[in-house]
Design a protein around this ligand. Structure first.
Ligand SMILES: C[S@@+](CC[C@H](N)C(=O)[O-])C[C@H]1O[C@@H](n2cnc3c(N)ncnc32)[C@H](O)[C@@H]1O
Length: 256
């Protein structure tokens, strides 16, 4: 099995949203002319107010994950499917003790590295970028060397699971569970969308993403109860679930 690398384009779309809302100082470097053109094209069809709502919700999703991460207080973090997220850059600039490993397809990791270099942005010593296909590579083998088994460790996946079919999702969870087993204190943090984009413009954007860019999305859990039983059934010890109606997401932090 291997992941669908066509999904990689979505990482730039998220960088565009963050850059257009001035969320951080890094995202603007990851937006290519081609992505700008695509958004300009859709900007002629889709009302600005609709785009604004989508952008604000997407940024809200990152902020909720940030909050849950802070609450867990990890000493080591693996970010799966990091895309061009600025989180690793921001957090390792705040703390030199936090170990932060970002992973994504090799094409994304190479582009991220090249853009950081071109713009003179250095990775701190405690920050690493590693090429990993989350539904193919063994996380324990690829990541073991970066981590201290005694330290509190968190795996986070922001908008990854929605691009995986059931078989890939099952593989991912087993892969994460096996990786977390080697730590005394560890957890996995992710989320599930409650609804697809709505109304005519939502359907239009989804059509573009699914059919033109060939990145179909999937749902894995119908409600919070299903999330709890799924992870408890796979040997996780404790499941914390937080629903956020405003951004239509259910967040889950599962402790190993
Ligand atoms: C919507 S983007 C989100 C990127 C980032 N998490 C953020 O919030 O900015 C989805 C990301 O998932 C990555 N991805 C999808 N399937 C993957 C897989 N099997 N292995 C690694 N990365 C994957 C894509 O390359 C892309 O960077």
């Amino acid at each position: 099995m291997r992941g669908n690398e066509k999904v990689a384009f979505t990482a730039e779309a998220v960088a565009f949203m963050r850059a257009s809302k001035n969320v951080d100082k890094f995202s603007k470097y990851f937006v290519s002319k081609e992505t700008e053109k695509k958004f300009n094209f859709f900007g002629k069809i889709v009302p600005k107010s609709y785009f604004d709502r989508v952008f604000v919700k997407r940024i809200g999703l990152s902020r909720e994950l940030d909050k849950l991460m802070r609450g867990y207080k990890p000493e080591q973090i693996v970010e799966l499917a990091c895309g061009y997220s600025p989180r690793g850059l921001v957090l390792t600039r705040r703390s030199s003790k936090l170990v932060y490993v970002e992973t994504d397809f090799s094409s994304v990791i190479e582009r991220k590295r090249a853009i950081l270099k071109k713009n003179g942005i250095e990775l701190k010593k405690n920050h690493h970028l590693v090429a990993i296909d989350s539904v193919k590579d063994d996380l324990s083998k690829k990541l073991g060397r970066f981590f201290d088994r005694k330290k509190k460790t968190l795996v986070v996946a922001e908008t990854l699971t929605m691009y995986l079919n059931d078989e890939e999702h099952e593989f991912l969870v087993e892969n994460i569970k096996k990786f977390l087993e080697s730590f005394k204190n560890s957890a996995y943090l992710s989320h599930e969308g409650k609804r697809m984009l709505k109304r005519f413009f939502g359907k239009l954007l989804l059509f573009y993403r699914n059919v033109v860019e060939k990145t179909k999305s999937h749902r894995h859990f119908r409600d919070a109860g299903k999330i709890k039983s799924y992870f408890l059934g796979r040997g996780f010890r404790k499941v914390l679930v937080r629903e956020n109606e405003e951004i239509s997401q259910i967040f889950y932090l599962v402790e190993n």
